[in-house]
Ligand binder design. Structure first.
Ligand code: UFG
Length: 327
């Protein structure tokens, strides 16, 4: 079996990726410090607990498993937190990734699939975002991911470490079979917070800003189903296996939904009212982030088949009512 080192494999997206990797015939080796992930979510291959900043441990893992590629999901990923504590993001995300890249090079592992973000583009109102759009992040999270992208380009030139960079838009939904799901503590994302409010697990959802320059005043995002997203990663791995060279792909569907539209749709899907209050803007939030690219579809053959707002909310709702992990 072919080993793939999956950093962050105990997290939301990483655990879904492990399921997809196993289904595609690979062995996902999860490397995770469990700071935000869950050991319960590691179901599809070996688990190794460790931190990206621990170089000796990384060297040991590369030697033990000899992975042919790395899928690098492990990161701190909260925009608001990154504005309050940027040092955390530069240390964990940037210094940690540098360690990982150096360990990969030393071990002779030449293929790297990286989770980047549309937050690297920053706030570019009325600009259709494609992979060639300028990257001007407005929060430390986005800046940390852009720095890692730069690092990957330099490592390719110097060491021939090939990469596929995926810039995610807003990832949502869960495995329809319910084997893994989305469970953050604390939760900061719109859809799970809203489902909590619907279930009465929290008082109300606060809408962060109603005075944006959008038709209904709330932020617009491009939501993509996590299962579609991880399918792209398998295609990205094959892209590297076929030696097609380093490439950047946006992963979004091109459809933007406002916070109010997501709320209205959730009320319809769950057939329950969503308790909401209106609050001020959240620092670091962009007005609108929608992918204008079809590169992943044209070049990778990616078909995001599950990313309708209805299916993402329905899958999240099903998991929300039954699934969770224990420490
Ligand atoms: N929102 C609310 N209330 C909440 C939570 C979110 O109104 O309680 C709004 C946000 O202001 C934003 C939208 O819902 O307009 C989506 O917010 P999320 O926190 O769910 O997602 P973000 O867009 O902030 O961030 C996500 C990922 C990041 C990634 C980013 C790129 O978490 O990792 O998408 O847009 F970088």
């Amino acid at each position: 079996m072919t080993n793939i080192l999956v950093t962050g494999g105990a997290g939301y997206i990483g655990s879904h990726a492990c399921k997809a990797l196993k289904a595609a015939g690979y062995t996902p080796v999860t490397y995770d410090n469990l700071s935000t992930g869950w050991q319960d979510a590691v179901k599809f291959g070996p688990f190794e607990q460790g931190d990206l900043t621990d170089r000796a441990r990384l060297d040991q893992i590369f030697a033990a498993y000899q992975p042919v590629a790395v899928m690098h999901f492990a990161a701190l990923s909260q925009v608001g937190e990154s504005m309050r504590e940027p040092g955390l993001y530069w240390h964990n995300n940037v210094a940690g990734s540098l360690n990982l890249l150096q360990a990969a090079v030393q071990a002779g592992c030449k293929n790297f699939v990286f989770s980047s973000t549309c937050a690297t583009y920053g706030d570019q109102d009325n600009v259709i975002l494609d992979e060639t759009s300028a990257q001007h992040p407005i929060n430390a999270y986005g800046a940390s991911k852009r720095a890692i992208e730069d690092m990957l380009r330099d490592f390719e030139v110097a060491y021939d470490l090939r990469h596929v960079i995926f810039r995610y838009f807003n990832v949502a939904g869960c495995d329809p079979a319910g084997e893994v799901g989305e469970f953050h503590q604390p939760e900061t994302h719109l859809i799970p917070l809203m489902l909590d409010a619907i279930e009465g697990k929290r008082d109300a959802l606060t809408i962060f800003g109603t005075d944006y320059d959008t038709p209904d005043g709330t932020c617009i995002r491009d939501y993509v189903h996590v299962c579609d997203l991880v399918d792209a990663h398998i295609l990205g791995l094959k892209w590297l296996e076929y030696d097609k060279g380093s490439r950047v792909f946006n992963l979004g569907t091109g459809s933007g939904f406002s916070v109010r539209e997501v709320i209205d749709q959730s009320a319809a899907i769950t057939n329950r009212p969503v308790p909401v209050v209106e609050g001020p803007r959240r620092p670091g939030d962009c007005t609108k982030l929608v992918s204008g690219s079809t590169r992943a579809e044209a070049e990778l053959g990616w078909r995001p088949a599950r990313s309708s707002l209805d299916q993402m909310i329905a899958d999240a709702w099903r998991w929300h009512q039954t699934g969770h992990y224990e420490k």
